[in-house]
Design a protein around this ligand. Structure first.
Ligand code: GTP
Ligand code: SPV
Ligand code: MN
Length: 592
């Protein structure tokens, strides 16, 4: 009877049997009270929002100042990604690599089955068919998330292309799709696991409603599963923003940048040029994930698989990131921010308003810590961004001129340097290190290796991944140049040496000028650095001493750094690509 009911509600006569059968098997396991097939429509969004408002799970924000905006408060123990509970369950442990937690797939399935059994009683099971990437792009991939959280559905509708078109694509693909099963369970941190089965293209997530743990299209599919799939198919799935930079002559170049979580991707993707750089325009293609494909022309082409932003709220303000600030003034879902007396959202880093209710709904008391959670987030459609690039919808993607890796480091890493070639660039990416942030549960501000900003997101052994990067580069006849940046260098007083945000365009301009042979650089042991005169500093308020410090390589610190890289790479044993070790040897030799 329940089986028949599930099928009666399926929206398509030509629904792929693979989807129908899977939904049915999950229904049998989880025992929901009802099944809802999502179509991603505005009406559905309104209905779900209304239901969450009635249930007290959402609060409507000030309708004059923040029309269409809502606040969700998560369980206080469920506010960030949980890397220690995230697993790659490949058949062989070595295929997951030292970079991942691993569990045997049979054991993991059994463990998860016990958690999922009967977990949706008294709940509705939502079927969310989605497409990652433009619906008509051959580079896009589809998935179906099953969840019992209407909050997750609302987020998925904003972040991905949900609805009938995705189901049609899956049917046309012969029933190939990523299966994502999610339940919030009891939100018990002791019964929380995010499991990935790359060889089966499936995900099982239990016990969390938070972003990266629960919106399975994002990190779980578009990075962990997709990175594995990309390796077998000859492309790259990366934790990168994609930004279009139009110079005063009207030429646009696209740059893809990988920075670890909460290290500036959304901000750079939405950058506003400083007043002293007239004629420049910046367009956002993506703010978190890029899928990069070698094209027939030997260039690298990128799509943003997402359709919305799940961005860090604290620090967003009209001075540093006006585009983001303007984007989130309507039709935005806020999670874990504070409230002002007149029901506006509030967070640290705003220069106006003051909090009266904190992110947990308590009267604000500074003794309890920040008013908004440091990892509070906004979910909003990319189309709300004033700088949204119309080329985000291009089926073939956009061509990439430069790839930028970066980290958050108070010392050692200079403002910017250029890799000599692709191989050296892969080493530069593989040796990214960065201070941990509030985006993941755990100690913050600790420097760790975070290769390509993918440490929490690569679905297979990093050694194989770096080899794959080398292989992709070998296919490119017009490979992007590769750079490393650090916006977060500090002085002895712990103040940032570089103003960051809009001023970062000066560094990007140097990169583009390098690509067209117009800018100079100095050779150093670690790569090519601009000399102070190579950077456009007109109107920039940075002292000559600060700029010198930002653009210097300290041999003592770098010898230590190189030794640390070597120790890190040794963990990858015989799988480590020889070419990268050779590159490292070159750097060690030049530093000696
Ligand atoms: P995820 O969504 O977690 O992947 O983060 P993200 O990489 O998109 O980071 P985001 O742009 O949201 O920035 C995170 C924090 O870094 C915010 O508090 C920003 O204000 C701050 N930030 C971003 N860019 C800069 C910069 O150039 N300089 C400085 N000092 N801070 C920055
Ligand atoms: C990140 O942590 O890198 C994010 C947020 O972009 S989450 O979707 O939670 O992974
Ligand atoms: Mn991210």
């Amino acid at each position: 009877m329940a089986t028949a009911a599930a099928h009666m509600q399926t929206p398509l006569s030509q629904l792929s049997p693979a989807v129908a059968q899977w939904v049915d098997s999950v229904r049998a396991l989880t025992q929901p009270r009802a099944i809802h097939w999502c179509d991603g429509s505005d009406a559905e969004q309104r209905e779900l929002t209304g239901q969450l408002l009635r249930d007290g799970e959402l609060t409507a924000l000030n309708p004059e100042l923040f029309p269409g905006c809502h606040l969700a408060r998560s369980n206080p123990s469920d506010v960030a990604r949980v890397e220690h509970l995230t697993y790659i369950c490949s058949r062989s442990k070595d295929d997951a690599g030292p970079n991942n937690n691993w569990m045997d797939p049979t054991q993991a399935h059994a463990k998860m089955r016990d958690l999922f059994r009967g977990c949706m009683r008294e709940r509705t099971l939502y079927v969310v068919p989605y497409c990652m990437g433009p619906i008509n792009s051959p580079l896009s991939r589809c998935g179906v998330e099953i969840t019992d959280s209407p909050y997750v559905v609302l987020n998925m509708i904003i972040m991905t292309r949900v609805g009938r078109a995705a189901l049609e694509r899956i049917a046309a693909d012969g029933g190939k799709f990523v299966r994502g099963l999610h339940s919030i369970g009891e939100l018990d941190p002791e019964r929380r696991f995010i499991m990935h089965f790359p060889e089966e293209l499936s995900i099982e997530s239990f016990g969390s409603g938070y972003g990266g743990n629960a919106l399975l299209g994002k990190k779980c599919h578009a990075l962990r599963i997709a990175s594995y799939q990309a390796r077998t198919e000859g492309w790259l799935a990366e934790h990168m923003l994609i930004v279009g930079l139009q110079n005063p002559k009207g030429e646009t170049h696209y740059v893809a940048c990988a920075f670890p979580s909460a290290c500036g991707k959304t901000n750079l993707a939405m950058l506003i040029p400083p007043n002293s750089m007239p004629g420049w325009k910046v367009f956002t293609v993506g703010d978190d994930i890029a899928w990069l494909h070698p094209g027939a022309d030997g260039r690298l082409w990128a799509i943003n698989p997402e359709s919305g932003y799940f961005g860090v709220v604290p620090g967003t303000n009209p001075e540093t990131n006006k585009n983001a600030y303007d984007t989130i003034r309507r039709d935005t879902l806020f999670t874990n921010v504070a409230l002002t007396a007149d029901n506006q959202p509030w967070w640290e880093g705003l220069s106006t308003g003051k909090p009266v209710v904190d992110w947990q709904g308590r009267p604000y008391d500074p003794a309890n810590g920040p008013a908004a959670h440091p990892n509070s987030r906004f979910t909003v459609s990319a189309k709300r961004n004033p700088a949204y690039s119309p080329h985000s919808e291009d089926a073939k993607g956009v061509p990439i001129s430069a790839i930028v890796f970066g980290g958050r480091r108070r010392e050692v890493a200079p403002l910017v340097y250029e890799a000599r070639d692709w191989k050296h660039g892969v080493l530069v990416g593989a040796s990214v290190a960065s201070e941990t942030t509030a985006a993941a549960v755990g100690q913050q501000g600790v420097v760790r290796r975070d290769p390509m900003a993918m440490l929490p997101f690569c679905g297979y052994n990093f050694a194989d991944y770096w080899q794959h990067w080398l292989n992709v580069g070998a296919k490119l006849t017009q490979a992007p140049r590769i750079y490393h940046v650090n916006w977060f260098r500090r002085d002895a007083q712990n103040k940032f040496l570089w103003p960051g945000y809009g001023e970062n365009l000066r560094v990007l301009k140097w990169m583009l000028d390098r690509c067209s042979g117009k800018a100079g650089a100095a050779e150093t042991a670690i790569g090519r650095l601009p000399r102070p005169e190579d950077i456009d500093t007109q109107g920039l308020k940075v002292s000559a001493d600060a700029l010198k410090a930002l653009l210097s390589v300290d041999p003592t610190a770098w010898k230590k750094e190189a030794a640390d890289m070597r120790a890190y790479f040794e963990k990858y044993g015989a799988r480590m690509p020889a070419q990268l070790l050779q590159e490292l040897k070159g750097i060690e030799g030049r530093l000696a």
